[in-house]
Design a protein around this ligand. Structure first.
Ligand SMILES: *[C@@H]1O[C@H](CO)[C@@H](O)[C@H](O)[C@H]1NC(C)=O
Ligand SMILES: *[C@@H]1O[C@H](CO)[C@@H](O)[C@H](O)[C@H]1NC(C)=O
Ligand SMILES: *[C@@H]1O[C@H](CO)[C@@H](O)[C@H](O)[C@H]1NC(C)=O
Ligand SMILES: *[C@@H]1O[C@H](CO)[C@@H](O)[C@H](O)[C@H]1NC(C)=O
Ligand SMILES: *[C@@H]1O[C@H](CO)[C@@H](O)[C@H](O)[C@H]1NC(C)=O
Ligand SMILES: *[C@@H]1O[C@H](CO)[C@@H](O)[C@H](O)[C@H]1NC(C)=O
Ligand SMILES: *[C@@H]1O[C@H](CO)[C@@H](O)[C@H](O)[C@H]1NC(C)=O
Ligand SMILES: *[C@@H]1O[C@H](CO)[C@@H](O)[C@H](O)[C@H]1NC(C)=O
Length: 484
């Protein structure tokens, strides 16, 4: 430690320290992202991919992607980490209960900002059908918690991440940058909020105490919304220093989850709830399929992802209802590899993933009925942020959900803010002041508008002048020169 401090003030490097540097000799960073964990049976992986007709080049790309994912794990595989493996019984526990607490998580395994501490927690939540199951979460602790006049305790924000994957390894709690980094969770912690960030059920912890597998119910907003509400409650039960008051926030899949949480809170209010921030929300999977995924590749890519967990909602569903033999093979490979979003982007790209007649099955419309977000009463206030240049969740869908909610429920406290020329994840960055101020206002007791408000915010310069997308990934620094 002493050495590291001195090295960062390089002028002060002392002789004693110089001779004792503990780092391995500096070398170029590998662009193959060779993983140090969980050695992969590469031959078996290749043979499975060959049976799914992937070319040599695609196989190589998938292997690099899996190594990239693994080299970004915080520590070992969740399958080897006792924190995720030894799951206390949830048989007689209600949702919102902490069942395992790790007060001090080793921050050096993560790429979190300095001045932020970490805890991990297992807690109970509910599936979309109301079954109580365990899930995992991380808690970020600010060095200097923000204080508000009428709030006793450290102010809490529940954070809902965007799509990270569909298996245990894809839980943001064991990814070094916790998946969204400065997009929101790090920023919230640096601004003085305690951030409770659940892995949606099935990510992180993937089985219960009896060993029953817990599938991730991908794209099911109300299921992930449960995880947001119950992780906050569990954290409040685990740490009495937290405020009773809380905000729910999320982006993309998590934006839909946050909105769904607000809808649930209208039916089942929770004391202390102050409001919801929903960024670029997924409000309807089928509408998104129709609009942006209406191409052979994205359609199959979307259905393959949804297929991974939907049989836990509709037990009669089989992959062959939607997927071609090739689609089934590739989805099997994805699961065998425990691959997440990076792997899927390399693996699930064929135009031939969908079985003809898939759209004559009833599952997608039943899924829509169960999971559609918007057009319902919700517990306000809610801030919805959307970029007009969002290609993942086109603004027209979010506008329709906001409009229909407001016309059906004119007293909704819905503030719909469009950011001109801004893309999907970028709304969190371009609009950072908007949502941070909105959250601070709620904790400060300032009243939100009592009815629907729509606004368009434009940039100071011409919109083409701005960096459009997140074009980097946080990397773990191995050598002093990398953080010089
Ligand atoms: C992993 O690293 C070793 C040594 O640097 C190298 O020989 C090997 O090709 C790498 N493998 C992959 C899959 O990148
Ligand atoms: C974690 O910290 C809380 C609050 O300081 C304390 O009550 C609890 O006993 C600790 N739990 C463990 C497992 O150390
Ligand atoms: C935290 O992890 C680092 C890196 O693996 C290790 O060197 C260190 O000893 C750990 N610290 C504690 C307190 O376990
Ligand atoms: C979950 O609920 C849906 C809709 O009510 C129902 O069709 C399905 O069978 C239920 N699934 C399970 C696993 O109970
Ligand atoms: C792979 O390609 C062969 C030859 O084109 C074809 O017969 C076979 O059905 C394909 N397999 C899959 C899983 O698509
Ligand atoms: C399914 O999709 C095909 C091709 O796009 C279309 O011709 C057919 O009408 C659709 N069937 C249903 C039931 O929507
Ligand atoms: C939503 O409402 C606004 C304001 O009334 C209108 O300009 C816009 O076209 C509507 N958008 C959709 C998708 O309905
Ligand atoms: C704090 O609460 C008191 C008593 O309810 C109230 O008079 C005051 O306006 C509140 N202050 C803020 C900033 O909300």
């Amino acid at each position: 430690m002493y050495c590291i401090v001195l090295i960062s003030f390089w002028l002060l490097i002392s002789q004693q320290c110089y001779g004792q540097v503990l780092w391995p000799a500096a070398e170029s960073r590998s662009n193959t992202f060779n993983s140090t964990y969980g050695s992969l049976d590469e031959e078996q992986a290749r043979s499975l991919m060959r049976s799914a007709n992937l070319s040599e080049a695609q196989q190589q790309a998938v292997l690099v992607a899996i190594n990239f994912e693994r080299s970004n794990w915080a520590g070992s595989s969740t399958q080897l980490d006792a924190f995720y493996q030894d799951v206390p019984s949830t048989a007689t526990v209600e949702a919102g209960t902490p069942i395992k607490i790790e007060n001090y998580t080793n921050t050096t395994l993560y790429t979190i900002p300095p001045g932020v501490a970490l805890s991990r927690m297992l807690f109970t939540t509910e599936t979309i059908n109301g079954t109580v199951i365990p899930a995992s979460a991380i808690v970020l602790w600010p060095w200097l918690p923000r204080r508000f006049a009428n709030i006793s305790g450290l102010p809490v924000v529940g954070w809902g991440h965007g799509l990270s994957g569909w298996s245990g390894e894809c839980g943001p709690s064991h990814i070094r940058n916790i998946w969204y980094a400065y997009g929101a969770p790090f920023t919230l912690a640096l601004q003085g909020y305690v951030v409770v960030a659940p892995d949606y059920a099935g990510l992180g912890v993937d089985h219960d105490a009896e060993g029953n597998f817990i599938p991730h119910q991908a794209f099911a907003g109300p299921a992930a919304g449960n995880d947001l509400i119950y992780s906050v409650q569990a954290a409040q039960n685990a740490w009495s220093s937290l405020s009773k008051e809380f905000i729910i926030m999320g982006h993309s899949q998590g934006g839909g989850a946050a909105w769904a949480a607000a809808e649930k809170l209208a039916k089942k209010p929770v004391e202390g709830y102050l409001g919801t921030v929903s960024g670029s929300p997924l409000t309807s999977f089928p509408a998104t399929v129709n609009l942006v995924l209406d191409q052979p590749v994205p359609l199959g890519a979307g259905l393959a992802r949804l297929s991974t967990g939907i049989s836990s909602i509709f037990p009669s569903f089989q992959w062959s209802d939607w997927l071609s033999d090739e689609g089934i093979r590739l989805t099997q490979v994805l699961q065998w590899l425990q691959g997440c979003q990076s792997v899927a982007l390399e693996l699930i790209q064929s135009p031939n993933l969908v079985r003809e007649g898939w759209n004559a099955t009833w599952y997608l419309s039943a899924f829509e009925d169960l999971t559609r977000v918007g057009r319902k009463e919700f517990a306000g206030p809610m801030l919805v942020l959307e970029g007009t240049a969002d290609a993942m969740i086109p603004a027209v869908l979010t506008s329709a959900a906001a409009n229909e909610t407001c016309s059906t429920w004119p007293k909704s406290q819905l503030q719909y803010t469009l950011l001109e020329g801004v893309t999907h994840v970028s709304v969190l960055y371009a609009g950072q002041q908007i949502w941070l101020n909105w959250i601070a206002d709620r904790f400060s007791g300032i009243d939100a508008p009592t009815e629907c408000v729509q606004e368009m915010v434009s940039p100071a310069l011409e919109k083409q002048a701005y960096q459009a997308e997140v074009g980097y990934t946080l990397q773990y620094a191995f050598y002093p020169y990398e953080v010089a």
